[in-house]
Design a protein around this ligand. Structure first.
Ligand SMILES: [Zn+2]
Length: 66
């Protein structure tokens, strides 16, 4: 039971994190910053936004940030 719970809890954790990211992404849509890298200020590759709509960093910065 505890193993199943830790699986459920892990899924919940990542769902909550994704919701947080989407929330932030929506705020960025509202302020006009969506699709702009938060670190270097360059446009984020549209293909990356397709794969990760909540991405706040361009691929280069995301790689640097680990
Ligand atoms: Zn960047």
């Amino acid at each position: 039971m505890s193993q199943a719970w830790s699986q459920v809890s892990g899924v919940l954790d990542s769902a909550v994190r994704e919701l947080d990211e989407l929330d932030t992404a929506l705020e960025r849509v509202a302020t006009g910053d969506y699709g702009i890298c938060r670190r270097c200020g360059r446009a984020i590759d549209p293909a990356r936004l397709d794969a990760r709509p909540a991405a706040a960093l361009c691929i280069d910065c995301a790689r640097l940030a680990g």
